[in-house]
Design a protein around this ligand. Sequence first.
Ligand SMILES: *Cc1c(COP(=O)(O)O)cnc(C)c1O
Length: 305
Amino acid sequence: MINKVDKIWMDGEFIPWDEANVHVLTHTLHYGLGVFEGIRCYQCEDGRSAVFRLKEHVDRLFDSAHICQIKIPYSREEISEATLETLRINGLKEAYIRPVVFIGDGEMGIYVKDYNVKTSIAAWAWGAYLGDEGISNGIRVKVSSFTRQHVNISMTKAKVCGSYVNSMMAKREAILAGYDEALLLDNEGYVSEGSGENIFIVKDGIVKTTPKGSVLTGITRDSVMTILANEGITVKEESFTRDELYIAEEAFFTGTAAEITPIREVDNRTIGTGKPGAITKKVQELYFQAVKGGREKYGHWLSYL
Ligand SMILES: *Cc1c(COP(=O)(O)O)cnc(C)c1O
């Protein structure tokens, strides 16, 4: 259940949570063309709160909209400010933030000449997406029977509402089979990503992540690559197979929601020792320090409330 707060920003104004509704003929509800973001705000060590990499998230929201030919009727500055204001007005110290841009009601059918674009930003307190236990000890993953979207079928670089049917199929299948998360392969059979997370593996001191191709290029993925580069470890963006993952010494998922979640098992094969490895733990430590303002080097990633 979502922890309700007072207000949601909708089309330029704050309205009570329970009144942030849409018509049943909302176009996006029927056909899925809409774009969204997932952003987190953390309470820092000094007591202030900061949104992590707000600029990059807002830029990606506009990129997603551009890919979908949706014109957001606000500027990047207005969306950024509305995001911060949504947190302030609700007194949220730590939150998950969900901006969504969608096509409202008024027209039906696949072709709509002029989109009735609606924009909203909601925020609420949301803990570890794959569980605190998952963050500490790692999760069990299943290679999905569902293939990750092909780059010319669904736009993989955009967070498009309808694309998540694929993710939902995969995740539900994994959970019903007793696992914590799904791992999707691309249409050529190489490892792609989780239902909402990018993946990293470590073998013989070499860290790899999937190349940009079929994956959503996560901001957490970029943060991890930057953090590791600053530690003298260059991450290779290189395709790998599921069996290369089976014999990796370490593996972990990254995402705004999932943060840095170690993977301890894939398809009933233990990864490494079955416990979060040294590089995974180092990345977790540095990432959580960075998001909470504990690392000066990454201070420019934070937008304080
Ligand atoms: C959002 C998302 C990610 C993670 O992106 P972040 O920017 O790190 O939150 C990875 N894969 C998919 C499919 C996603 O939707």
